[in-house]
Design a protein around this ligand. Structure first.
Ligand SMILES: Cc1cc2nc3c(=O)[nH]c(=O)nc-3n(C[C@H](O)[C@H](O)[C@H](O)COP(=O)(O)OP(=O)(O)OC[C@H]3O[C@@H](n4cnc5c(N)ncnc54)[C@H](O)[C@@H]3O)c2cc1C
Length: 317
């Protein structure tokens, strides 16, 4: 393999963050590859909301449009999983990496951008995973407007559930908090009551749903509380194994730390989107990818200038 086989940037992950980064880098005339396993986080949802000019578009259609734009610059994401990123040089030397793919192939690259997203972990409660993204929802900014004024519930899976319910009340006046395994404090109960949020005590057994949607929430004692949508807070598990294996430092929140421009603590390694920011909606993830790409290009320009100067000085000397 020669330096001509080397990419400027390999992007791991072809969701909103990775594709927007790819667009910027392709337009900057960089030689790039985008690797993607094709499981964007919002795939279970029929529509995507809150993205100016794309509100209500199916998530897959956004990515398809992005891939079509990239194709105009000669870039086509590769359906492959990156299993490992190996740092070949670093320190005083310009960074360079080998990306190993599942199946054994590998790619050499000057920089890497990881945009692998996250996994939403849900408890093993019958109906929860099956309804995820349809009538089991997590983000009121994504789907609150679609269930406004409907009889809606919030399932308490973590202490923040009370705050989640108080937020969703903005969209849904007929709101029930299922305490499940949580015991809200007296102060929290006062806040919930003041906003007219009903509190249903006891453990939830399962969701009563079919193809038409959610009908109710069945409690352990057999009661069924009629609801048409249920909000839950999943546990956000970043797909950051490639980054942590490279030694990227974590922040206090346990996520790989970036400097706001996508750069991690390891030179030459950037990250953007949900892998480093669980709360980034699509438009934010795309913007983070765009910023990270511009920083990587600037960094490569500096490296190219330094190499050209060294060559010129060498030739003169
Ligand atoms: C049900 C649901 C509905 C949502 N609705 C909305 C909404 O309406 N509006 C909104 O703004 N946001 C919504 N979101 C949030 C949205 O999903 C995220 O903002 C967005 O997906 C983040 O983009 P990303 O590029 O960071 O990650 P992703 O979109 O998850 O993309 C990551 C990509 O990397 C790939 N990948 C992972 N590991 C590897 C690997 N090792 N090698 C190669 N490829 C890899 C994955 O297959 C995936 O394609 C929703 C989320 C959920 C769960």
């Amino acid at each position: 393999m020669t330096d001509n086989d080397r990419y400027d940037v390999v992007i791991v992950g072809g969701g909103a963050a990775g594709l927007n980064a790819g667009l910027q880098l392709a337009r900057a005339r960089r030689r790039i590859a985008i690797l993607d396993t094709g499981s964007p986080r919002n795939a279970p949802a029929a529509h995507m909301h809150g993205f100016l000019s794309r509100d209500g578009m199916p998530p897959a259609a956004l990515l398809e449009a992005g891939r079509a734009e990239l194709a105009r610059y000669g870039v086509r994401p590769i359906a492959a999983r990156a299993d490992e990123i190996i740092r070949e040089t670093g320190g005083a030397e310009a960074p360079s990496f080998t990306v190993r793919l599942a199946g054994g192939a590998s790619m050499r690259t000057r920089r890497v951008l990881v945009t692998t997203g996250l996994h939403d972990e849900l408890p093993d409660l019958p109906g929860l995973r099956e309804g995820w993204g349809r009538h089991v929802l997590h983000c009121p900014y994504c789907h609150g407007h679609e269930v406004r004024d409907e009889p809606v519930g919030v399932l308490a899976l973590q202490p923040h559930a009370v705050q989640h319910a108080l937020m969703i009340r903005q969209w849904c006046p007929d709101l029930t908090l299922f305490t499940h395994t949580l015991d809200p404090s007296p102060e929290d109960r006062t806040r919930l009551a003041a906003r007219g949020i009903t509190v249903v005590e006891g453990e939830v057994k399962r969701l009563v749903a079919d193809d038409a949607g959610l009908h109710g929430v069945e409690m352990a004692d057999g009661r069924v509380v009629a609801r048409t949508a249920l909000f839950v807070q999943s546990t956000l598990v970043p797909r950051d194994g490639l980054l942590t294996a490279l030694g990227c430092e974590l922040g206090e929140d346990g996520l790989v730390r970036t400097d706001g421009m996508g750069r991690t603590s390891v030179p030459g390694v950037s990250a953007a989107g949900n892998v480093v920011d669980g709360h980034a909606q699509v438009i934010v993830a795309a913007a983070q990818g765009s910023v990270a790409a511009a920083m990587l290009n600037g960094d490569l320009v500096e490296e190219d200038v330094a190499a050209a100067v060294a060559e010129t000085v060498g030739a003169v000397g």
